[in-house]
Ligand binder design. Sequence first.
Ligand code: PGA
Length: 249
Amino acid sequence: MQRPVFAANWKMNHGPTEAKAFMRTFLAHYARRPDRSVLFFPSDLAFAAVADAIRERQDLLLGVQNIHWEDKGAFTGESSAAIARDAGARLVLVGHSERRHVFGETDEMQARKCHSGVRAGLTPVLCIGELLAEREAGQAEAVVIRQLTAGLSLLDPRDVAQMLIAYEPVWAIGTGKTATPEDASRMHAVVRRHLTAMLAEKAASVPILYGGSVNRGNAATLIAAPEVDGLLVGGASLDAEGWSSIVRS
Ligand code: PGA
């Protein structure tokens, strides 16, 4: 994956009609650039519309926001990694803070999702990050290391070397409070050290993205911070012009 990596997490926004209109504007504003990667995570029901809109643009990659860890079966409302892959997804977000804290998902579930994603040929983007109370209690590093260790526990180191990590402090997501570039760098260095203990020199190949209230105004400074290899963006990725300007930063 070419760095920097810019990833749009649309969450539960943009149906197929809005997604099509978004892509028309975005493609008009963003010509292919070989020096970066641009990823989109639309909702499952807008996925086909986005895939169709970017068919000619192999530089733009598509992923799903979530998968179930089983391959198939009686799991109403869920999609498996194999179904996502068949629909054209290349990546999957795993362990986003909303999955953990709104839907009560555990570290063990994230491990199973990463494993099932890799088995189906999807690249997991494992999201980790501490709550405000955990940060204030001085536990931020311990929390991200626990989430990393657990989330990667079922994977072969070879597979870990192919994936992405997103550090998203929960107190910064959708709140308008961004980590400072120094904060982000410090936490990313913790993640990198942990990956190095697992993968030795191959750890350098894993992009570590920062997420949490990234916007047009702060994107360039955050992306320039040491150890920040990309950005995972929610709210500010919903506007096509705004997102194209972030991606060009
Ligand atoms: P935000 O969300 O940019 O709206 O803070 C980021 C995310 O949840 O991935």
